[in-house]
Design a protein around this ligand. Structure first.
Ligand SMILES: [Zn+2]
Length: 401
C-alpha cells in the first residue's frame, strides 16, 4: 500500500512557505514544484531567475532549441495534467532534446559554456545534460504558465485540490492533489482510483487468470515490472477507458504492489509466469541474456518490444535486414563490429529500450554520432513510441523507399 498521507503535510508546508515568501526565487525555481509555486504565487517570482543580465544569452539559446527541436503543441497538451504538467514536460524534453544534444556535440558544448557563464561557475561543469534539460523545462513551464496554459492549469489544479473523489475500486475518499508526482506520471494521469486499495492474496491460478486478462484488455504483453508502474511506458499504452479494469487485475497479481518479487518467488520470473499463463506465442525461449523470441518474419528478437516492432515491419511489407553492421569508422566503429537492430533500404533503425542505463546510453550516443558523422539516416525508437507507431512507420516509408 502506498502511504499518501505525507503529501498533505508537504503540500501545506509548501503553501505556507510560498505565502510567507520564504522560498527564495532560486530555490523555488530549482524545486520540482515550479508549477505549484507559479500557480499559488501571482507575482510569479520564478520569472526573476531569468531576469539576470548574465542569463540573457543562455536563455535565448535555450528558447532557440525549444522552438527548433520540439512540438510545442504536444507540450501544451500536458496542461490537461494541471500542476503535474511539469513532470510530463520534463520527461518529454529529456527524451527529445537530450538526443539532439548527444548528436550535435557542437550545440551541446555551446549551451554548456553559456550555462557556465550564466551561473558564474568558477569551476565549469563538464557533464551538463541534466542541468540543461532542467533549465529548458523550467523555462518552458514558465512561458506556459505566463501565457495561455495558465488558466487551464489553474482550473485543473484547483479541481485536484478541492474535489473529493471516490475510488472506483475500494470506495475510499481521496483528493488527486495527494498523489506524488512520480505516481501521477507513472499512471499517466489516471486519477479514478486511489492507488492505495488493499490487495487481496490470490491463488496461483487466479494470478495466472489475471495475467491473461491484462494481456487481453491491453492488447500487448507488458514487460516485467509493469505491476509497480515503474515508468509510464506501460500506462501510456493503455487506453484510458480500460485503465480501471487493468488496475483491478494488477491488484490481483500480488499483495502490496510488490509484484515483481511475488511473481519471482511464485513462478521464477515474469517470463515464466507468462509461459505458465500460456500467453506466449510459440518460438520463445529463455537464454542467460533474457528473452529471445521469434517474430512473424522468423527473425530472432531480444525482447518482446523488439518482436512487436519486427512484426509491424513484416506486416507493412517492409524489405528489411535484421542486425546489420554499421559502416567502419576509425573513431566510432574501427573494427566494423557495431550493429543496428534493423536496416530498411538505406535507413538504420534502432530500438533503444534500456535508455537511462549509463553504458547503454554511451553505446547509443556512439551510434548516433557515427550516423551524424557519416550522414546515415537513423531512426531511433523509444519505449514511449510503441503506443503509436504509425508516425514512425510513415517516416520510414517516406525516407527509405
Ligand atoms: Zn482504492
Amino acid at each position: 500500500m502506498i502511504n499518501l498521507n505525507y503529501i498533505d503535510d508537504y503540500y501545506q508546508k509548501y503553501k505556507n512557505l510560498c505565502e510567507t515568501g520564504l522560498y527564495s526565487k532560486y530555490f523555488a525555481y530549482k524545486n520540482i514544484d515550479t508549477l505549484y509555486y507559479s500557480i499559488l504565487d501571482e507575482n510569479d517570482k520564478t520569472g526573476s531567475y531569468w531576469n539576470d543580465s548574465n542569463k540573457k544569452q543562455y536563455q535565448s539559446k535555450l528558447i532557440e532549441c525549444l522552438t527548433s527541436f520540439i512540438e510545442i503543441d504536444k507540450l501544451e497538451e500536458y496542461c490537461q495534467f494541471g500542476c503535474y504538467a511539469d513532470i510530463f514536460i520534463k520527461e518529454y524534453l529529456n527524451k527529445n532534446i537530450k538526443n539532439q544534444l548527444i548528436i550535435d556535440n557542437k550545440l551541446y558544448l555551446e549551451l554548456l559554456s553559456l550555462y557556465n557563464e550564466a551561473n558564474l561557475k568558477t569551476t565549469p561543469v563538464k557533464y551538463g545534460y541534466e542541468y540543461i534539460i532542467n533549465d529548458l523545462s523550467g523555462l518552458f513551464i514558465l512561458k506556459l504558465v505566463s501565457q495561455k496554459g495558465k488558466d487551464q492549469i489553474k482550473k485543473i489544479t484547483n479541481s485536484f485540490i478541492n474535489d473529493v473523489l471516490e475510488c472506483e475500486v475500494c470506495n475510499k475518499k481521496y483528493k488527486a492533489i495527494k498523489f506524488p508526482k512520480w505516481l501521477f506520471y507513472r499512471v499517466n494521469g489516471n486519477i479514478g482510483v486511489c492507488y492505495s486499495c488493499s490487495q487481496p492474496i490470490f491463488s496461483r491460478e487466479q494470478v495466472l487468470d489475471s495475467i491473461r486478462n491484462i494481456i487481453q484488455i491491453v492488447g500487448f504483453i507488458p514487460n516485467s515490472g509493469f505491476q509497480n508502474f515503474p515508468d509510464n511506458s506501460f500506462s501510456i499504452r493503455v487506453n484510458n477507458d480500460n485503465w480501471i479494469s487493468v488496475y483491478k487485475e494488477i491488484l490481483n497479481l500480488s499483495p502490496n504492489f510488490s509484484g515483481i518479487d511475488y511473481i519471482k518467488n511464485e513462478f521464477g520470473s515474469w517470463f515464466q509466469a507468462l509461459v505458465y499463463a500460456g500467453v506466449l506465442d510459440k518460438g520463445q525461449i529463455i537464454t542467460k541474456r533474457g528473452i529471445k523470441c521469434l517474430s512473424k518474419s522468423g527473425n530472432i528478437c531480444n525482447s518482446i518490444s523488439e518482436q512487436y516492432i519486427d512484426n509491424l515491419f513484416f506486416e507493412n511489407n517492409f524489405k528489411y535486414q535484421k542486425e546489420p553492421h554499421y559502416p567502419i569508422d576509425i573513431e566510432f566503429n574501427p573494427k566494423g563490429l557495431m550493429r543496428a537492430d534493423w536496416k530498411i533500404g538505406n535507413v538504420y533503425v534502432e530500438y533503444f529500450g534500456l535508455k537511462g542505463e549509463i553504458n547503454y546510453d554511451i553505446k547509443m550516443a556512439k551510434k548516433m554520432r557515427l550516423c551524424k558523422k557519416m550522414n546515415i539516416e537513423l531512426i531511433a525508437i523509444f519505449p514511449d513510441d510503441l503506443k503509436n507507431m504509425s508516425k514512425i512507420l510513415n517516416n520510414i516509408k517516406s525516407i527509405s523507399f
